[in-house]
Ligand binder design. Structure first.
Ligand SMILES: Cc1cc2nc3c(=O)[nH]c(=O)nc-3n(C[C@H](O)[C@H](O)[C@H](O)COP(=O)(O)O)c2cc1C
Ligand SMILES: Nc1ncnc2c1ncn2[C@@H]1O[C@H](COP(=O)(O)OP(=O)(O)OP(=O)(O)O)[C@@H](O)[C@H]1O
Length: 312
């Protein structure tokens, strides 16, 4: 899969594609179903599959405080899109200038002239262009005029409910990891690069790998039994806290992982932390000793969950 960073990096070789457009946060089973169908269309037409995404996501530009927490960072989104057999991701820089493009220009300049779209699949609720004036009807008209095909995708549902990024966030907010996994088609994971912490973890007896979360902040919070991927063949069990560490007056939200049974320096490594079971909410403790005693109990809970023997 090739990533095209910005419209200015489109070249004539990218002309002619089957296309879909959206945020694709989480690359959930609804997205996967849509992309499977699109791959089929690409195969029939011998054309590459392109996905147009936006960075930042539109709501993050228009209403940063209302924008929901991300399920996937760009890096993970791209990884999952590649796994769906996408050939090109066009990552459009979503700024005020791009947002001001009229619906007509979006179609004629970008979709037709620059991308040479032959087939377009979008949800029937898709809106685009300045003031969200472009809709499916406008696309159908444009398709006749410019000679491409457009379809509105059928909703992919689970238990009568349309699968969406919002539904995944909702499941996570309710600590329903099972439901999140069903909607995503894989277990929910937080990913990132391990940075240096305050090394306080070592002094309280539980060394942790720290991963800043930035935009991936709030779909989940608290203490979890986790499995860390990306450290070798097998997942490594651990216990993790996602929060602000009120006991030690931490500021930004971060993910901290303490590996069970393994001592490894993870600094600089990119890891995926799969959340397996919620243990408790984060708390403010009166002293470090109390925090330490609670973490020791969390470790036992996690060991039990993974069926690991409790060390003497
Ligand atoms: C399993 C686990 C549970 C934790 N629970 C809490 C908690 O409830 N409240 C809190 O303030 N900090 C909690 N922490 C964070 C600790 O405060 C943090 O690991 C310690 O301050 C070390 O920070 P450092 O790695 O930046 O040195 C937890 C950490 C782990 C690994
Ligand atoms: N369950 C689904 N079934 C079919 N198509 C879907 C489904 N969910 C999303 N799509 C389509 O995938 C594309 C990208 O969707 P997008 O990520 O923008 O929205 P979403 O997953 O519905 O998230 P949100 O909850 O933020 O609306 C759109 O064309 C959308 O219509």
């Amino acid at each position: 899969m090739k990533l095209i960073r910005g419209i200015h990096n489109l070249t004539p070789e990218h002309h002619g594609c089957v296309l879909t457009i959206g945020n694709f946060d989480g690359v959930h089973r609804g997205h996967q179903a849509l992309l499977n169908g699109l791959r089929e269309k690409g195969r029939e037409r011998r054309l590459p599959v392109m996905v147009m995404i936006f960075e930042p996501q539109p709501l993050e530009l228009f209403a940063a405080d209302k924008a929901p927490a991300r399920l996937t960072r760009l890096r993970e989104k791209l990884r999952y899109l590649a796994q769906c057999g996408v050939d090109y991701v066009l990552c459009v820089r979503f700024d005020r200038r791009f947002a001001a493009l009229t619906a007509q220009s979006f179609v004629s300049e970008l979709l037709v002239k620059r991308l040479g779209v032959r087939f377009l699949a979008i949800g029937d609720d898709f809106r685009f262009g300045a003031g969200r004036q472009g809709d499916f009807l406008l696309l159908q008209k444009a398709a006749r005029e410019y000679g491409f095909e457009v379809t509105s995708t059928q909703s992919f549902c689970q238990d009568g409910l349309r699968i969406s990024s919002t539904a995944v966030r909702q499941a996570l907010a309710e600590d329903n990891l099972e439901q999140a996994q069903t909607l995503l088609g894989r277990p929910f994971a937080l990913s990132g690069r391990v940075v240096h912490g305050d090394a306080l973890g070592r002094t309280i007896g539980f060394p942790t790998a720290n991963i800043p979360l930035r935009r991936q902040v709030t779909p989940v919070k608290g203490v979890y039994a986790v499995e860390v991927m990306g450290l070798g063949e097998k997942p490594v069990p651990g216990v993790a806290n996602i929060g602000t560490r009120p006991t030690v007056a931490g500021l930004r939200q971060q993910l901290e992982v303490h590996l069970l049974d393994v001592a490894m320096d993870l600094y600089g490594r990119h890891i995926d932390v799969v959340l397996r079971k919620k243990i408790r909410n984060e708390q403010r403790f009166a002293s470090l000793d109390e925090l330490k005693a609670q973490i020791a109990r969390d470790v036992i809970t996690a060991r039990d969950f993974f069926g690991l023997p409790t060390p003497a």
